[in-house]
Design a binder for this molecule. Sequence first.
Ligand SMILES: NC(=O)C1=CN([C@@H]2O[C@H](COP(=O)(O)OP(=O)(O)OC[C@H]3O[C@@H](n4cnc5c(N)ncnc54)[C@H](OP(=O)(O)O)[C@@H]3O)[C@@H](O)[C@H]2O)C=CC1
Ligand SMILES: O=C(O)CCC(=O)C(=O)O
Length: 476
Amino acid sequence: MLHRNLIGGDWVSGEASVNINPSNTDQVVGEYARASAEDTKAAIAAARTALPEWSRSPILERHVILRKTADEILARKEDLGRLLAREEGKTLPEAIGEVTRAGQIFDFFAGEVLRLSGEVLPSVRPNIGVEITREPVGVVGIITPWNFPIAIPAWKMAPALAYGNTVVLKPADLVPGSAWALVDILHRAGAPAGVVNLVMGRGSVAGQTLLDSPDVNALTFTGSAGTGRRVAASSIEHNRKFQLEMGGKNPFVVLDDADLSVAVEAVANSSFFSTGQRCTASSRLIVTEGIHERFVAALTEKLKSLVVDDALKAGIHIGPVVDESQLKQDLDYIGIGRSEGARLAFGGERLERETPGFYLAPALFTEATNDMRIAREEIFGPIAAVIRVRDYDEALAVANDTSFGLSSGIATTSLKHAIHFKRNSEAGMVMVNLPTAGVDFHAPFGGRKGSSYGPREQGRYAAEFYTTVKTAYTLA
Ligand SMILES: NC(=O)C1=CN([C@@H]2O[C@H](COP(=O)(O)OP(=O)(O)OC[C@H]3O[C@@H](n4cnc5c(N)ncnc54)[C@H](OP(=O)(O)O)[C@@H]3O)[C@@H](O)[C@H]2O)C=CC1
Ligand SMILES: O=C(O)CCC(=O)C(=O)O
């Protein structure tokens, strides 16, 4: 069956693309329609037509649709998790966790609809009242990457709809299945025609059409820095609100006084789980010299115990890389690290398994320095580099010496250093004795420097992007 795009409430056919399972490239997950530029323009027009009624719809109607969506996602988390693991390659428990998070996000924003509020101020002039309200921004274009195929569409669509916007979602061409399933649920939960539109397909076609359209009032994007720059340039041209979540080169500091097992568990998770394919992954492990040897030895032992195999197999820790081109990028960077003089202390080789897939042994470099390309450029694979430093002050300086600023972490038992790091780390999210990846669904998410642009995503902070403030003055 061809899974079609949803445009103005109708399921619309298009050129078929096959969704391949990275754990077993002989397996087709499903066939999905690719939207043309014309389809995408029709989706934008449908979203515009639906906007006036939806933006004024009773909050209870919006609440019920989001609530039903949350309920169905959570009730189906096992089968949606299987679909996600098959199309993206994260392990089944990770995939079910991501689906659960998507359900919780819809649940949270179903509640937020009922908590919409404004402010009343006394005027500085006599007999005048000042009211401050939040209104929807309008038609929201949503462009999402492949690494979180349901959670990222969920954390962009749920607030957009809660605050009365209509949406056009362009998911990553590599993983359309989970986005299709989510839109199907929203459609059956009662989202009126044109309120939720889906344009699966290529970034260069469907994505670019969203960027070029003067009728898209706000654009929210997660993906690479290169595409992010295009989103920014086109949005400025169209005087459109935009929000970017891009890469990371997140540091994880391990101090001499760290609890070794806490540090190793946090790093194994941050750097290697989800195959290292998270913008919040830590790829720079900044370790003070007193613990360096013990940390590298313990992490290497941990890496030996991690099983890389088919995402659906029980008991595995790391699934395959998402596709051939990301695998090539990972292997290229492993070669670059070696040629730069870092020591490949563990892994980094392509693995053969029972099924043909993109399997890569997690790779650990030591003797790296912060000026190497493997320490400066986002790789987006299960690859981390240990950088040896003298003390906390040097660790902090190295941690902040990056053009990115999404998340950062520290393993320490010192309250003084933990507090200092939380205050002085130049990252949007700071973790103490916890992995840099895997965040709460109700707290603000986003970074600084080259990682992010615009208001935070998620939690109540999402209102900043998905609404526009109106100030009204009334003579009493
Ligand atoms: N911050 C984060 O969370 C993420 C960061 N990344 C980083 O990005 C790198 C590359 O990943 P990749 O998926 O290729 O990133 P891209 O930026 O290419 O893709 C992200 C989304 O943008 C779309 N897109 C691509 N070109 C355009 C365009 N001209 N106009 C509008 N939309 C467009 C893509 O479509 P299409 O379906 O055709 O790809 C996809 O939906 C990774 O290796 C990683 O470093 C990746 C994923 C998430
Ligand atoms: O770490 C997380 O929980 C989220 C990561 C993420 O959003 C991303 O990699 O795109």
